[in-house]
Design a binder for this molecule. Structure first.
Ligand SMILES: [Zn+2]
Length: 311
């Protein structure tokens, strides 16, 4: 499924509780014990209950292993610089700033004025550039290729591949992207970051970090906030407000058209089209937490929660 985004607007830590420790610790007052994976079984029901109650301390954390690929075009390509070189079209420093910004957003979700309810605080999702020190992995999960056919995907399904490509003309300053689907596939593409970086356009790494969160939202199973049949419509999303002038748009991931106009609606929902995608509703968050709990995607590392209790 191709999803065009932000509009072409010119714009398991398995903590083994050793039995001997368990035995002696019964004499103590308080200790950390695993909520999940007791006797190697995951207490799925307890986690589902925690998700439902927004009890984030007892919800797993998810590390999303990523690789970034920069592809050349007629417009040029990011260059292979030192990480300390902060020139904006140095791909190495750009990739790190891009990932850091996406993590900053996901670590502190905020309110959207159009949502009846908002999930606030840490999303429990964190991206990390993945490397296992493959001899050709010079930049730690950051790759440069002149063409798609030369693409280096040594880590295959172990990572979420994020591809940066340019289309159009230098100076047209688009920002857009698309995801491979809704069910934990591992490809997403972001368009025109190089043009914006090299030619001083308005959309820097921070804007493309927003696009990453949006596209990964699709891969986690979310539709656009302005989609008529949005999974959370009537719960804590109002698609009529998201569309501003209505009617809502009848496609989960397609670019809106006709009279639905999310861009100037004031929405800050990550799954809308806006420059400030910093919000998810509780319903959206619960949905992605449940999908992450059940996924077997190799690029999703699960950190199981612990719970402090009296024994
Ligand atoms: Zn989208």
């Amino acid at each position: 499924m191709k999803t065009s985004d932000l509009g072409n607007a010119n714009i398991g830590v398995l903590i083994i509780c050793l039995m001997i420790f368990n035995f002696f610790s019964c004499l103590t007052s308080k200790k950390a014990v695993p909520l999940t994976q007791k006797n190697n079984k995951i207490d799925t029901l307890a986690i589902l209950e925690a998700i439902e109650k927004l009890d984030t301390a007892n919800v797993p954390r998810y590390i999303i292993r990523i690789n970034v690929h920069f592809f050349g075009s007629a417009n040029g390509n990011f260059y292979r610089g030192e990480r300390e070189d902060l020139t904006v079209h140095n791909g190495v420093s750009y990739a790190h700033r891009f990932v850091n910004h996406a993590n900053w957003v996901m670590s502190d979700l905020k309110e959207s004025p159009l949502s009846p309810a908002n999930f606030l605080g840490h999303s429990r999702i964190h991206y990390t550039l993945y490397t296992n020190n493959h001899p050709l992995d010079t930049f730690g999960g950051i790759w440069f290729s002149d063409t798609w056919n030369e693409s280096k995907r040594y880590y295959q399904d172990s990572v979420l591949h994020i591809s940066f490509m340019d289309t159009g003309e230098p100076g047209d300053f688009h920002i857009s992207g698309y995801a491979c689907g809704l069910t934990f596939c591992n490809d997403l593409t972001l368009l025109d970051a190089y043009d914006n970086a090299k030619n001083n356009g308005p959309f820097g790494w921070w804007a493309f970090a927003g696009s990453l969160n949006h596209e990964f939202g699709h891969i986690l199973g979310l539709c656009h906030s302005f989609y008529c049949d949005n999974e959370c419509n009537g719960i804590d999303i109002d698609v009529n407000k998201e569309c501003r002038i209505n009617p809502c748009h009848n496609s989960c991931g397609g670019p809106h058209g006709g009279r639905c106009d999310n861009w100037p609606s004031g929405s800050r929902n990550i799954m809308g089209y806006n420059a400030d995608g910093t919000a998810l509703t509780p319903c959206q968050w619960k949905r992605i937490m449940k999908n992450l709990l059940y996924t077997n995607a190799l690029y999703v590392e699960k950190i199981w929660p612990t719970q402090t209790r009296l024994d």
